[in-house]
Ligand binder design. Sequence first.
Ligand code: SIN
Length: 525
Amino acid sequence: MYGNHDVLIIGGGVAGLTLALHCADTRRVTLVRPASDDRGASRWAQGGIAAVLSPRDDFEAHIADTLVAGDGLCDERAVRFTIERGPEAIEWLLSLGVPFTRDASPDADYPYHLTREGGHGARRVIHVEDATGRAVLDTLKARAEAHPSIIVRDDLTAIGLIGDTAGHCRGARCLDAQGIPTDLMAQDTVLATGGASGLYRHTTSPQPASGEGMLMAAELGAELMNLEFQQFHPTCLYDPEGPPFLISEAVRGEGGRLINTAGERFMPAVDPRAELAPRDIVARAIDAEMQRSGEPHVWLDVRHLGGDAIRHHFPTIQAHCLSRGLDLVHQPIPVVPAAHYSCGGVATDLDGATAVPHLHAIGEVACTGLHGANRMASNSLLECLVFARSCAARLAHPAQASSARIAVAPSGDTPIATESIRAWRHTLRDLMSRYVAIVRHDDGLANADRALTELADEIALAVQRAAPEPALASLWHAVRLARLTVASARVRRESRGLHYNPDCPHHAETPARPSRCRLDDLTTH
Ligand code: SIN
């Protein structure tokens, strides 16, 4: 055991790095940030960060838009808390030198360009061309690596949390590249491990998390919330031979139109906000259009914007499309919805504190109440920044450390074939994509429940005898999170936001409530 780190942060996306930089003023920070974090969700957040920055915008308008997108399930206190702290979070990024795109037009009322995205009634998304996540991440990472009070461990992968007999979190169990366990003991542990889009076959980022952090927290007794609200981004490039590639919502924000195989725009007939309706509505409309036509995608057309505007606003997207033989200037591009963001996660308060003493969660792994049943575009990086900052303020005043006995689960020593792990992962993604995606039916959810329970039982046997191993640990977390997701979806007897079930297609008459679950809720057959 390697002991007594002050603050241990697991995950090095925008949330984890922001927290590290703020905490390091008062406490020594250890950041477990495997190299794969450079390929996680933060890097692919192309669009930007939503905040009230233009003098023509105001907090109440941003709050109202977020509540509408969240379809009655947002916690208004969390919404207000986040949005009111947006401008100072952006000021902080500017002070670090994030190269946000400037607005050079003569009638600009704010020095930086603000784009529009679905659900937003105003231009309020500050961005770095069409590669915001990458630019913010690179800036934060360089600062963190140079900071004398931050130790970055890129050689370790966290596979579980360490608890004690008093129910407190005491650190994390990690594995190095050779699979040798290293227990990092810490006064405070913070999960910033991302969401659960990796439970699905098609995703908007090449290496999404699959709920590992959520399940690690649940293993120590934390409560999970709103797992049934998995967001599918409406427009991922349809490219069966290529890597997943997001086509930012900003493309529709700047005027991009969705068209079907007959060459007709279909969104205006679905919603008066057309292509800029909230994501759940646009993704569902695309899904319905694909079902109707039998085609595996629809089209996104920006030709009318002209070559100069396309190259100016979307250089990264245009370069990627060109590399795949598609030219936005001259042709519509094929797009398809893909798993993008988990609105649910570990239930936290406004400082990222979970129900487990000394365990915090921030960013996509957390459920703060901001997003409700459907996250509005570009509110996620905002949440990462605001909650990392509030969490750091709380951690500046450490609570009394526990001295109870540490509880470490025993492990086996049998190697498990990589092929088996890959096949189980494939089955898991297949089940979730078939039964628990944009549209869920009662019988599909029942099938998923049965099949996932069997799969989990099989994986559990392997876990009991296996030597600790990152891919198996990740799968074990993922399959249990999938089961909890299905259970949450079955309990919600209504359609709301991202959870659409044609067997109960309307809002319930009773007031909307978040769903809540714990690991103990799972039963085995
Ligand atoms: C996008 O650019 O559409 C992704 C950003 C987000 O999901 O908020």
